[in-house]
Design a protein around this ligand. Structure first.
Ligand code: FPP
Length: 253
């Protein structure tokens, strides 16, 4: 996908091509926050914010593809989001279903592989089937892995992994002394993705909200005031540029 874009950033004009000259993150994770506030500011129902948020996600997918980012993980529905009003939850489930159905052709064209990351046991059957069918259809795509975190909660994920490790230890499939971070990572929903290099959260909140707690141990964090539906190309490039200016040390000097 060819894009010509120019970005004004602290007296510097950057293009996608310029950003690509420096290493880009392999894996970007995003907490897509601020849909409700975006809608409220316009006197619209919250679902209108979520609908606009889908456009920002589509845009992020396109930019990952253009920049050569190989994994994108989008926090789409947390295990705590069930506590929202029933009409919003229902609307979101419909939106997930509709979007995945409508985007399948585009996903195939652009080599995007969909992976559902979350507790599958309590996702409504119709939505789960749509995602699982899409996982099968897109499984050979190699350009970008799009992890959709749905019914996802990091503490629950870790607890389930601990239980699994205990079972394997009890069945003598692993010696307790050999349980290390590599082994443990393979028990998480994200087992097929490397840890995120960059975590972005929109909407001016400075929280992690039970997202990828294990996986972000060494991720660079980027927070912006921009509400998710307003988070377009310029904001995405700014986040990547900020990442490129960091000095990642992983505990070394
Ligand atoms: C948080 O904003 C956003 C969500 C809970 C939903 C995000 C979902 C999408 C953008 C759709 C993704 C689509 C697919 C197909 C995966 P909020 O509602 O908490 O906003 P607020 O903090 O302003 O109220």
């Amino acid at each position: 996908m060819k894009i010509f874009s120019r970005l004004q950033l602290s007296a510097k004009i950057l293009t996608i091509e310029e950003i690509k000259r420096k290493p880009v993150p392999i894996h970007v994770a995003i907490i897509m926050d601020g849909n409700g506030r975006w809608a409220a500011k316009r006197g619209l129902p919250r679902l209108a914010g979520h609908r606009e948020g889908v456009k920002s996600l589509e845009n992020a997918v396109r930019l990952c593809s253009d920049l050569g980012i190989k994994y994108l993980t989008a926090y789409s529905f947390s295990s705590e989001n069930w506590k929202r009003p029933a009409d919003e939850v229902l609307g979101l489930m419909e939106l997930f279903f509709e979007t995945v159905s409508a985007e399948l052709e585009e996903l195939m064209k652009n080599g995007v592989k969909i992976v559902l990351v979350g507790n599958r046991k309590t996702i409504p059957q119709k939505v789960l089937k749509k995602f699982e069918d899409t996982e099968i259809i897109t499984k050979k795509n190699e350009n970008l892995v799009l992890n959709i975190a749905l019914n996802y909660g990091s503490r629950q994920e870790i607890i389930e992994a601990v239980k699994e490790a205990c079972i394997e230890a009890k069945n003598n499939e692993i010696e307790i002394e050999r349980i290390d971070d590599k082994y443990f990572s393979r028990l998480l929903f994200t087992k097929n993705s490397p840890d995120p290099d960059l975590l972005i959260r929109t909407s001016g909140e400075f929280r992690i909200s039970n997202f990828l707690l294990w996986q972000i141990a060494y991720s660079e964090l980027y927070f912006t005031e921009t509400l998710w539906p307003d988070f377009k190309e310029e904001d995405f490039l700014k986040a990547i540029y900020s990442y490129q200016c960091r000095n990642r040390r992983f505990g070394k000097i």
